[in-house]
Write a protein that binds this ligand. Structure first.
Ligand code: AKG
Ligand code: FE2
Length: 314
């Protein structure tokens, strides 16, 4: 099973026939695999490149410049510089912030920078100072808005492809609760990853409606092969023009299981046979339901389930 690569140029051109073709392929791909790849999408490639450049600078900052915006245990949502529990205990305790977390049994070998909607008052973003990283906040906010716009267009097209009210999903999602996660996977000994208790990211579903993943050249994203559950296939980076769309758990519930969430993980590059696995980056936009809405099955999608029995990717 191979994830379809779909030409999304109709999103910019507005060509009606091509949009119908696009939305059919989008729904087919997401409902069959849980994933599609788009090319010629609407997030400008220079903006993605600039976002990668900025966040690489952020992660290279010395510890004392990242610590002031570290995510802490008392933060209700992840914002700012985020580390998995084990590393957090080490970094933060050694800097006397007194934040102690239980060591997880299976940990992810990564750090991330997380932020939400630029106007989120409930969980405000944490930014490095402009003296330290000029343009960082502006670039990430631009990336947030541009990726967010793409997700809303995709949600309307998925609804239309299901022959539902086009606003059935977007009336429940304005991206006010959506988030960006920028992952940095530091170089790691291959032996540590092969030991079996540390991974780059363990298998998981994303919680939101859909996720957009922009990949960088170092490979590692893998998706579950639904014809052979529990096994994973590589979802490779092929060009800087592409974005991976992943169905999340909220979409699975809203569609009453019609579009199942795509299980995925991050592994070391499969063809890598050296000792030190190279560092890796990814930019993720988690499109999430608004905080006040129900994320249970929608009655409208319960009714269409039978209509789509035998639905197959073309
Ligand atoms: O790094 C990747 O390719 C995917 C990241 C991911 O799955 C996540 O952050 O939820
Ligand atoms: Fe994920």
């Amino acid at each position: 099973m191979t994830i379809p690569v779909i030409d999304a140029s109709a999103l910019a051109s507005g060509d009606k026939e091509k949009l119908v073709e696009f939305r059919t392929k989008l729904l087919n791909g997401l409902s069959t695999y849980g994933f599609v790849k788009l090319i010629n999408h609407t997030v400008p490639v220079p903006l993605v490149t600039e976002t990668f450049d900025q966040i690489k600078k952020f992660f290279r900052l010395p510890l004392e410049l990242k610590l002031p915006i570290a995510n802490t245990q008392t933060d209700k949502q992840q914002r700012g510089w985020c580390l998995p529990g084990e590393e957090k205990t080490w970094y933060l305790e050694s800097n006397k912030l007194g934040i102690k977390e239980k060591e997880p049994k299976f940990s992810d070998s990564k750090e991330s920078f997380d932020c939400g909607h630029p106007n989120d008052k409930l969980y405000p973003n944490k930014w490095p100072s402009t003296d330290v990283l000029p343009g960082y906040q502006d670039t990430l906010e631009g990336f947030f808005y541009s990726s967010g716009d793409l997700t809303l267009v995709l949600l309307e097209l998925i609804a239309e492809a299901l022959e539902l009210d086009p606003t059935i999903f977007t009336s429940r999602c304005t991206n006010e609760a959506s988030t960006i996660r920028i992952n940095h996977f530091p170089p790691v000994d291959r032996a540590i990853l092969d030991r079996g208790d540390v991974s780059r990211i363990w298998p998981h579903n994303d919680f939101g409606i859909i996720s957009l993943v922009f990949l960088d050249v170092v490979q590692g994203l893998e998706y579950e092969d639904r014809s052979n559950p529990g096994t994973f296939l590589p979802l490779p980076y092929e060009s800087d023009q592409e974005v991976v769309v992943i169905a999340g758990e909220t979409l699975q519930r809203w569609t009453n299981g019609l579009i199942r969430a795509g299980l995925h993980r991050v592994n070391r590059p499969l063809d890598f046979d050296g000792d030190l696995v190279p560092e890796r980056w990814s930019l993720v936009y988690f499109n999430k339901a608004n905080r006040n809405v129900n994320v249970g099955p929608l009655k409208e999608t319960t009714m269409i389930t039978t209509k789509l029995v035998g639905f197959k990717v073309q």
